[in-house]
Design a protein around this ligand. Structure first.
Ligand code: CMC
Length: 424
């Protein structure tokens, strides 16, 4: 057996070493504390493998992203998002029959319980749709609580995928004070979502094929990304035995942060700010390099990708195509391109290996599609749902799963007593 040796206070410890299917080497420290009394310290978990997983492979140095072994570019070129959901959750691309059954099941679950519509009444029109999405997804567990068999779980998985699309579109309608538009059974996932967003009781909405295609691709590109902040949150919450809806709701909250999925909204806000300030992108590049400014180039940098983000590459060329296809001109696209160009030539960004990430160009495409800014992170969440579900399911199916419970190095005050003076 391959091992690594750790020497601590003159004692040697042999630690088992194993390798993943793509050659990643891991030192198994699961018995370290029991053997040596010491624990490891890794803030931000940059060097910690929290699980073994068969779902998604990312090689940050080479810019590789694969779902179940398939390259992301391959999947994004022509596959349907529903087939990718199936692939991630159940491990293989569905046959025509499996896909038809899956789609039918999703269509049958697209409506939310009528009582849930009352929840929307409690929000003001200013409510952020991520707040609504996370609360409503958690609330699904109040309506569909019992999972006894694998079939029950599959049904809840389908409910979560299908109803989140409806909840997301309803949260937008709520924010503009329009009546909800119900899902349609004759439309695919992306088209149905766009129909619920943009149709009104007075006028149906004919979904432009270019828009449905673009949204389908965006959803696929966001569908999973191994152990990122929100996915680790889903696993963390799920490790206690919390149900799928509750765990996913926590994942949605984690995604909302501006350093994670919330970055897609922040990128556009940043580009708008630069546009309003005379499109002086060099000024903002300088600000991003100045630690004291508190300004970061949103949509740039990634914990794992240190060369390029394959999703960003696909989105950059998609942005050109989609805007042209929809006949939209967006001055923010020029600013984004210029910002990327100067950043990629700048020593600060080169040395730190900072490249555009998935959020840099996705917002430009959402804007061209007419999706409002506050919905951008909701779009990310809809795309990421199958990934969260697949990871939650994999964890639950793993007989070695234990409740997640990291340790800490306590650095605070050592033991002391309350004095009589303190007892007031
Ligand atoms: N602009 C300016 N400097 C940056 C940026 C940026 N966007 N990102 C990282 N840096 C600098 C950072 O200041 C640090 O510099 P120094 O070594 O001098 O202290 C160095 O690069 C390393 O950064 P870090 O914050 O230690 O890196 P991290 O791996 O902890 O953070 C990140 C990764 C994505 C949170 C970060 O790059 C960032 O804040 N980016 C902007 C927000 C963003 O676009 N988030 C979306 C991520 S992709 C979608 C997703 O999966 O969520």
């Amino acid at each position: 057996m391959r091992t690594a040796r750790l020497t601590l206070d003159g004692n040697d410890y042999e630690l088992p070493v194993f390798e993943g299917s793509e050659g990643e080497v891991a030192i198994d420290i699961s018995q370290l504390r029991a053997q040596s009394g010491a624990i490891t310290y890794d803030p931000g978990y940059g060097n910690t493998g929290a699980c073994k997983s068969d779902i998604t492979f990312v090689d940050g140095e080479k810019g590789i992203l694969r779902y179940r072994g398939y390259d992301i570019a391959d999947l994004a070129a022509g596959c349907q998002f529903s087939a990718i959901c199936y692939l991630l959750i159940w491990g293989h691309l569905p046959s025509a029959q499996e896909l038809a059954r899956f789609r039918d099941a999703m269509r049958a679950e697209a409506l939310i319980h009528e009582d849930m519509k009352k929840f929307f009444e409690g929000y003001t029109t200013a409510a952020h749709p991520m707040a609504i999405l996370s609360a409503m997804v958690g609330s699904l567990s109040a309506y569909y609580p019992d999972v006894v068999t694998d079939d029950d779980l599959d049904r809840n998985i389908i409910r979560l995928l299908a109803k989140s699309k409806t909840i997301a579109a309803f949260s937008y309608k709520k924010s503009i004070g329009q009546p909800f538009v119900y899902p349609r059974n004759d439309l695919g996932y992306a088209s149905d979502f766009l129909h619920m967003m943009f149709a009104t009781p007075m006028e149906p909405y004919a979904v432009p094929p270019a828009m449905a295609e673009a949204l389908n691709m965006l959803l696929i590109l966001h569908a999973d990304h191994e152990q990122n902040c929100s996915t680790s949150t889903v696993r963390m919450v799920g490790s206690s035995g919390a149900n799928l809806f509750a765990s996913t709701s926590a994942g949605i909250s984690a995604l909302w942060g501006p350093l994670h999925g919330g970055a897609n909204q922040k990128v556009i806000e940043m580009l708008q700010r630069i546009a309003e300030d005379g499109a002086d992108y060099e000024k903002y590049l300088a600000l991003a390099k100045d630690r004291d400014s508190g300004f970061r180039l949103m949509g740039f940098g990634h914990r794992v990708y240190k060369n390029f983000d394959p999703r960003a590459r696909l989105l950059k060329s998609a942005a050109d195509k989609v805007l042209e296809g929809l006949g939209v001109q967006d001055p923010l696209l020029d600013i984004a391109r210029n910002l990327e160009r100067v950043a990629l030539e700048d020593a600060y960004f080169v040395e730190r290996k900072l490249y555009p990430n998935v959020d840099f160009y996705s917002g430009i495409i959402y804007r061209a599609m007419g999706i409002p800014l506050k919905m951008f992170t909701v779009m990310f969440a809809l795309g990421r749902l199958p990934g969260w579900i697949a990871q939650w399911k994999e964890m639950n199916d793993d007989p070695n799963n234990r409740i997640n419970r990291p340790r800490q190095i306590y650095m605070g005050q050592t033991a002391r007593s309350v004095t009589p003076m303190d007892r007031r």
